[in-house]
Design a protein around this ligand. Structure first.
Ligand SMILES: C=C(N)C(=O)O
Length: 127
């Protein structure tokens, strides 16, 4: 098992690793909509979704994987009404690649975020 850290991402906001690599697979922690310096972006679902997807992309690339290697995504929303907007931005981020996905709305997210996303992906050296 390898603990993945990245200098290109904000620090974890709790006692967990950004991602773990095991058996050729990358398991990411849920990404929150914060910038590299740890600042929470504006409380707007489009801005927060783009930041989370950007953080996820950076994390996966630093873990020798990538968006096209993603197998499963989990999305956590504060408001299920944001589902449609998130779908549009999700499709932009993943393009033709369509991972398996689950989306749930929750009663509150860390840092009062509107969205968090985590993923399971194949590492590029997976056989
Ligand atoms: C933000 C998280 N991934 C967490 O608190 O688990």
């Amino acid at each position: 098992m390898k603990f993945i850290e990245s200098d290109n991402l904000p620090a974890a906001i709790g006692p967990y690793s950004p991602a773990i690599k095991v058996n050729g697979m990358i398991y990411t922690s849920a990404q929150v909509p914060v910038t590299l310096d740890g600042t929470l972006v504006e409380r707007d679902i489009k801005i927060q979704t783009r930041q989370v997807l950007s953080n996820l992309r950076t994390l996966l690339e630093d873990a020798e994987s990538g968006m096209n290697n993603v197998v499963k995504v989990s999305i956590y929303l504060e408001n299920i009404e944001d589902f449609g907007v998130v779908n549009v931005l999700f499709a932009e981020a993943f393009g033709e690649h369509k991972p398996a996905r689950s989306t749930i709305s929750t009663n509150g997210l860390p840092m009062n975020s509107l969205i968090m996303i985590d993923a399971v992906a194949m590492a590029s050296d997976y056989h």
